[in-house]
Design a protein. Sequence first.
Length: 256
Amino acid sequence: MVRGSNPTLNSLRYAEEAVNKTCSYKGISLKTLLLLALTFLSAVTSVMLRGAGMEGAWGEAGVYWGIDNIVLLLLIGFAAFIAALLSTLIPRLAVVFAPVYAVCEGFIIGFISSLFEGVYSGVVFAALVSTVITFAVIVIMHRFEIFRATSRFRQIVYSVLITLSIVQFFFVMVSFFYGVFFDFTEYFWLQLIVSAFFILLASSCILIDLQNIEDYVGYGISRKYEWVAALGIEVSLIWLYLQFLRLFALISSRKN
């Protein structure tokens, strides 16, 4: 689910200019809000279903990930990936598959958030507030040109994202096949630095996304790409939230 300045937005760069209807800030903003609303409602539904009897037990030492839970999350995650991919490759389908992605990701986020909240009380609220504040700060920085995403800046971020994606995939495979998982209580300062770095990287991706959207509106890209642009912001915000969730869980584990 690592997604940074998402490839969903990069496809806009190659779109042909529209004859009449073009992207607008209002259109992208409304569609982004709709996707976020769907994600939130899906997350709440996920939490309610889990509370009503879905498996996802707690062990005395922390979270227990049952095989049923893992399979379910993998299937939904795969569906979200396919939805995002189709939205990127076939923009006219984004009006259907962008909401599908939002619903799938919302279910996953709700499940994961409920697990973390059950062990580390208060981390979900802290992550939500931090995500909103960070996004607001990034928007202000972009709006007043305090910091701009230059071509060089984008190249660096994209290179780091590709490298981290490969490394993360490797560790996921090792964890899946050999059952090796990192404990929050071990290597605290190293994990703290890594978490802070990922938050900085996710923030950089959002800054790039905003710069891209500004370019797309200015270039008169077809309005159908508003859904693709909204999906890009959605993906980056979800990633930022998950990084904050991990950071606060890490800090809470240290206190306990």
